[in-house]
Design a protein around this ligand. Structure first.
Ligand code: LAN
Length: 909
């Protein structure tokens, strides 16, 4: 009986479109389910089940598909309509402060790992699950986020809650993590000191600590309050919000190859293997292939990487027949892109002759030379240096020739008996059209041609030997510097694995690398994945801090705000006693920094954690703004010694990072100044990625840096004031120069024009351009894209095709193509641009309220993030943070007084 109720609810919520998903319908279903659960279980148990089955993962009714007019246009994904049972497996999530990991240097703050839980617990949980589900054979998996205690065996989980239906929506909604956090929250709800003026709200919308599941929100303030009540339940005790940072599919294979080559359990354990396999399987498309990321149509890059990954993890050839066919039909693995070829060479299923020359000698190029690793975008540099190392060593998995799976792969990837006959040299230039986002240019082909002579001619042998020996020494020092500066996390998941393979013969380095693999893993309904970074902790939390402040909600949750401040304070790079004493500090010395091509780190904020150690312009900007915004709320905590004071000198260090990051064009790039030239892009060898060769100035990075300077200027009018004025003036010019004719800005790091335009408007207003012609054009652009139902929507195709996606967010948003996150971005921009009283904003706010779930959450729709033009990346926090912020900004606008200063009135009438 229970099963039927729960499933009925799931089906209702997952297949209804926005129009049929009315407040009344949802309310009735919610009420019905809640009462049923209450009859069957204790109050806490029912709440846990209820909140989870009120699943934010909303699946639209159909998958429309669309025509491809240009060969470069992104293909839609087409996952098979199969639901997979959650495998029998248990992992729990932890933060390292509970682990006491000996081998970990740097601050453990914000570290996120998953671990298996005891079999005994697993059995008892499985039994409970069977009971709830009414199907004993459908035992499920429980993953536990280990930042606090694992749930007791009495906690209840329903396998159907974790059902992942990728053909409807391949985005998971972080139910696994949230379930665990929720349990912790309910076990010991934090004391909330809600101001008396909020009493009316709390009585209406729930207790002080729990959102009411039955009372609908009727005003924006109620919606805002419920949204924060819900999201705050998932704050980690260390003050941050964790979330899924998956999306790219090609990253898993690097890790799997590394594990396979070394076969060590502490690289990937039994539990992780099962879950990783599950993840790769559920993201397979109807045509047997995989996309480069979860929402993309199949590519040879994604397919070859996932195919090899799955086979190494133990999937049989027969169960992969359709995928093998996809590879063969698209020209065999010789037609995959260059990065996949690199991995195949390392594994020994492709010969190094098929790889273009990647000389490690690039490390010897002098600084004055117009091209060189120090001038490249740091992510490209950090990947191509270890790649060049492995290429120049012609590194191959040592047991490849005797390994049965490798022998089979050599047959499967190219066709029976073909491997020895392949013209490997020719394979250097073959690439399937679906992978060829940035075709190799004539100039690059010519460079490759010259390099192939250098690589193969006998006459160059002595010179090669001489140069290579020196280059290897220089590269080794460089790789070690990266490892120590990042406490072995490394800048990203690609160089993490490559550096680890290289460090194999150095026991100390290798062991430390292994300890930090877990930092990249994440578990969600779709299984375990290698994330695109070691998380987005600092970035997400900085935005939320500003949302809490701007909405007036920071006063309502003093406890959460203190914890949040404490996380942000502790995450400033090299600025806490622990991080300042880590080996990374050695490299902050200017001589060492220059050798390692690094910008100043001291005082910057990272995207993820302090231990990661790479400051980013916009993360520093958002981090600084967040700290400045929260300061008034934490004075008491600082005085009482509960919190560490942010000294002025720490704030000045952050400002220094920002000021020194401004480029000649007035804009800001990501991690470093722009050191190369645009023509470097002609040498982009990746094929699959666009604009990766240098660090360009972006609207996002510029807005965050400039708004931070502008906030800072108000509080510290005497510190470097002339420089700040100049920076703002130059920044304003840059932002204007990037605006497109239609009034929009292209967003490079999220989907897409709504995101970019929000940054553009916010930046211009901070530079004193409110009401200018540029801002008005942006307003007109946004209004022109509003859907009839009041929302806005775009998906990943906007980024890939660089034009507003023709059917909006129809695939994973609502039937009109609108979605929650883009609506929030558009609203943030419109209100900032002076449109707060417009009908457009009113309708947008109504839209957000309508789409809010009865828990206070919002549905998980399409993928939000993007990088390198062609790869999507997940941000599960965005669906909460941005709607809350937009509602909060709307509230502030409505309550502004005539002098346009804020009141943050708590009067609810
Ligand atoms: C990120 C994540 C954060 C992102 C923002 C801060 C949001 C952005 O405003 C600036 C660029 C930045 C820092 C960014 C750059 C590219 C990254 C590092 C990523 C998208 C996360 C993963 C991606 C990285 C390149 C993925 C690794 C894969 C390779 C192809 C090397």
């Amino acid at each position: 009986m229970t099963t039927i109720h729960i499933r009925t609810f799931n089906i209702c919520s997952s297949t209804s479109s926005i129009t049929s998903n009315t407040a009344r319908g949802r309310l009735l279903t919610a009420l019905y389910t809640y009462i049923t659960l209450n009859l069957l279980f204790s109050k806490t148990t029912s709440l846990v089940i209820f909140l989870i089955i009120n699943n934010p993962y909303r699946t639209p009714t159909s998958h429309p598909g669309f025509a491809l007019s240009k060969s470069k246009q992104m293909k839609p994904s087409s996952h098979p309509p199969t639901t997979y049972p959650f495998p029998h497996h248990n992992l729990k999530h932890s933060s390292s402060k509970h682990e006491g990991g000996k081998l970990i240097t740097g601050s453990p703050l914000g570290r996120s790992t998953w671990e298996p839980i005891q079999t005994k617990t697993r059995n008892s949980i499985t039994r409970t699950l069977g009971l709830i589900n009414g199907a004993q054979n459908l035992s499920t998996t429980l993953y536990i986020h280990n930042s606090t205690a694992p749930p007791s065996p009495t906690s209840t989980h329903n396998p159907s809650l974790f059902t992942f239906t990728p053909h409807l929506n391949p985005n998971a909604s972080d139910c696994v993590y949230k379930l665990q956090k929720l349990k912790e929250y309910l076990d010991s709800p934090p004391p909330l000191t809600i101001p008396p003026s909020y009493e009316k709200l709390t009585t209406k919308l729930g207790s002080a600590t729990l959102p009411s599941l039955t009372v609908p929100c009727t005003t924006p303030l109620e919606s805002l309050f419920k949204g924060t009540l819900f999201y705050n339940m998932f704050q980690d005790s260390s003050g941050l919000w964790y979330g899924d940072y998956g999306g790219p599919l090609f990253l898993n294979c690097g890790l799997i190859i590394c594990w396979y080559i070394f076969k060590e359990e502490d690289i990937l354990g039994e539990d992780e293997i099962i879950m990783l396999k599950h993840y790769l399987k559920v993201h397979k498309q109807n045509d047997g292939g995989w996309g480069t990321h979860i929402e993309g149509g199949s590519t040879m890059f994604g397919t070859v990487m996932c195919y090899v990954g799955l086979r190494l993890l133990g999937a049989s050839r027969t169960e992969m027949e359709d995928s093998r066919k996809f590879i063969i039909d698209n020209g065999t693995a010789t037609c995959t892109s260059s990065w996949a070829k690199f991995y195949l060479c390392v594994l020994g299923v492709m010969k190094w002759e098929s790889h273009n020359s990647t000389p490690i000698e690039m490390m010897l190029l002098p600084d004055w030379f117009p091209f060189g690793p120090g001038r490249m975008w740091c992510h490209s540099r950090m990947v191509y240096v270890p790649m060049a190392w492995l290429y120049c060593k012609r590194y191959v998995y040592e047991k490849a020739d005797d390994d049965e799976i490798i022998k089979q792969l050599r047959e499967e990837l190219y066709g029976e008996g073909e491997y020895e006959k392949i013209d490997w040299k020719k394979a250097r230039t073959t690439v399937a059209p679906m992978d060829n986002y940035s075709p190799v240019t004539y100039m690059m082909s010519f460079v490759m041609y010259l390099l192939s002579f250098y690589e193969s001619m006998e006459v160059f042998k002595p010179l090669r030997k001489y140069l290579r020996e020196r280059a290897f020494k220089r590269a080794e020092a460089y790789l070690i510097a990266e490892e120590l500066q990042t406490n072995y996390i490394c800048i990203g998941p690609v160089n993490k694995i490559l550096n680890m393979i290289i460090s194999r013969d150095d026991k100390n380095r290798f062991e430390r690398h292994k300890e930090r693999i877990k930092d990249y893993l994440w578990v969600a309904e779709d299984g375990l994945k290698m994330q695109g970074y070691n998380g987005s902790q600092c970035w997400d939390s900085s935005f939320y801090a500003q949302a809490l402040h701007e909405s007036g909600m920071a006063r309502v949750y003093p406890e959460n705000v203190e914890r949040l401040y404490s996380f942000l304070e502790g995450t400033q790079i090299l600025s806490t006693p622990l991080s300042a004493n880590s080996p990374a500090m050695f490299y902050e010395d200017s001589k060492e920094r220059v050798k390692a091509f690094r910008h100043v780190s001291l005082g910057g904020w990272p995207f993820s954690t302090s231990a990661h150690g790479w400051p980013i312009s916009d993360c520093t900007g958002e981090g600084l703004k967040a700290i400045l915004a929260l300061r008034p709320y934490v004075e008491e905590g600082v005085e009482a010694g509960r919190l560490t004071k942010m000294t002025d000198s720490r704030i000045f260090n952050a400002v220094n990072v920002i000021l020194t990051l401004q480029n000649c064009d007035g804009g800001f790039a990501t991690y470093e100044n722009q050191r190369g030239f645009k023509w470097f892009e002609w040498l982009n060898p990746s094929e699959v990625f666009g604009d990766i060769m240098i660090d360009y100035s972006y609207v996002e990075c510029s807005m965050a840096s400039l708004t931070a300077l502008s906030d800072f200027k108000v509080l510290y009018p005497d510190h470097r004031s002339d420089e700040i004025e100049t920076a703002l003036r130059r920044g304003k010019g840059f932002i204007k120069s990037l605006q497109r004719r239609d009034g929009s800005w292209y967003g490079s790091w999220a989907c897409c024009f709504c995101y970019g335009t929000w940054f553009g408007v916010e930046g211009l207003v901070a530079c004193g351009e409110g009401g200018s012609e540029n801002v008005l054009r942006a307003m007109a652009f946004l209004k022109s894209k509003q859907c009839e139902n009041g929302g806005w929507g775009e998906d990943f195709r906007s980024c890939y095709n660089k034009s507003y996606s023709p059917t909006g967010a129809e695939r994973y948003g609502d039937s009109q193509g609108a979605c929650v996150i883009n609506t929030a971005w558009a609203l943030l921009a419109l209100i900032k641009g002076g449109e707060g009283d417009s009908d457009s904003v009113e309708r947008g706010i109504q839209y957000l309220m309508k789409r809010q779930l009865s828990t206070g959450d919002w549905p998980q729709e399409g993928i939000s993030g993007v990088f390198n033009r062609s790869c999507g990346i997940t941000y599960t926090s965005y669906r909460n943070v941005f709607p809350i912020w937009a509602l909060g900004r709307f509230r502030q606008w409505k309550e502004r007084d005539t002098t346009n200063t804020l009141r943050f009135s708590t009067n609810l009438s």
